[in-house]
Each structure stands twice: as C-alpha cells, then as structure tokens.
Write a protein that binds this ligand. Structure first.
Ligand code: PNS
Length: 166
C-alpha cells in the first residue's frame, strides 16, 4: 500500500488544494492531509481544530483520504506515517524555487522524496492569503473555496463587517 503525505497550512483549504488531493487520491492508495501552524506565516485565521474540520468537510467525497494536524518537521511525520512521498502542489514557477529547495533539503535530511503535482490553470492563482483578505472585507469567495469553507468565512467575518470604520 502506498501512502503519501500532503502537508500545508490550509488556512483555509481552497479549491486548488482540493484538486491536488483529488489527483493524489487517484494515484495512491492512501493520502494523509496534514495541517500545521506555520510560524513563518504569523497569526492564523482558523485554529488547527477548525482547519481540520474544514478539510474533512471539503474532502468527505474521497474515501482514501485522512486528515491530521502536526507540530513537527514534515519529514518526521512522513516517516511516522510510513509515507512513501511528500506531495506538494505547484501553481506557478514562483512556487517552484522555494518548493525545490524544501524538497532537496527534506531528501537530504531524511531520504523522503517529494512529488510535485501541477495545479490546473483555473486554480493556479488561488491563495489562502488572498481568500482571507477578500472574505475579511465581505467579498465573494464562493468560486474559490468548498461550500463549508465559504460558509465558515462568512460567519467569521459577518460581525466585523458591520463595524463602522474609525
Ligand atoms: O505553504 P504552507 O502551506 O504554509 O506549507 C507549510 C509546510 C510545513 C508544508 C512547508 O513550509 C514545508 O514543507 N516546510 C518544510 C519544513 C518543515 O518541516 N516545517 C515544519 C515545521 S515549521
């Protein structure tokens, strides 16, 4: 049985992430999606429990996918899960440079290899950071995220959008 690990912040999960998991779930026996707090990204919008819940709701149609959260190196989790590969999505050349460096570093320190799956062109602009920003100001994110995420974003910012600017 081939297990792969798809790690990320997923704050929140969007349609581009879903597409990568769908592809991985067709290619491999078991896909573990793992969310962590990435200290390089500052304060998160959703805590890890909420992110897990939203990931699970967004991937409920895929039966060989599991969701977890972690607070260790990605490679340590990959070994713990007995994953054959780490899977990463690539949106554009700009992703490639940093992802290649991470993949090479991870192989060097652990022997765990990374497989890249390219995004479809209609998802290549998606970024959680932009989605958070649009939702914060009451914009429409329904074309970019699964329905449970759109609902949660709307609920999260419903009150703050009623505030008058100071
Ligand atoms: O871009 P993301 O979604 O925030 O990616 C997060 C993560 C951890 C998957 C990415 O930064 C990565 O692969 N990092 C490798 C280093 C590592 O293992 N970090 C974990 C502890 S900070």
């Amino acid at each position: 049985m081939t297990t792969v690990l798809y790690p990320g912040s997923f704050d929140p999960i969007h349609n581009g992430h879903v597409e990568i998991v769908e592809t991985a779930s067709r290619l491999f026996d078991r896909v573990v999606v793992a969310t962590l707090h990435n200290p390089q990204k500052g304060t998160a919008l959703f805590d890890l429990a909420e992110r897990r819940e939203l990931i699970e709701a967004s991937l409920a149609h895929l039966h060989n996918v599991e969701v977890t959260s972690f607070a260790s190196l990605v490679v340590d989790l990959a070994k713990k899960l007995d994953a054959s590969f780490i899977v990463k999505g690539l949106r554009a050349v700009s992703d490639f440079e940093s992802e290649l460096q991470m993949a090479q570093t991870n192989t060097t320190i652990s022997g765990v290899d990374t497989l890249f799956i390219p995004s479809a062109s209609n998802h290549s602009f998606l970024a959680s950071k932009l989605i958070r920003e649009i939702a914060r100001f009451g914009g429409d994110v329904t074309a970019m995220v699964p329905p449970p995420v759109a609902e949660r974003l709307q609920a999260r910012f419903a009150t703050s959008n009623e505030e008058t600017p100071r």
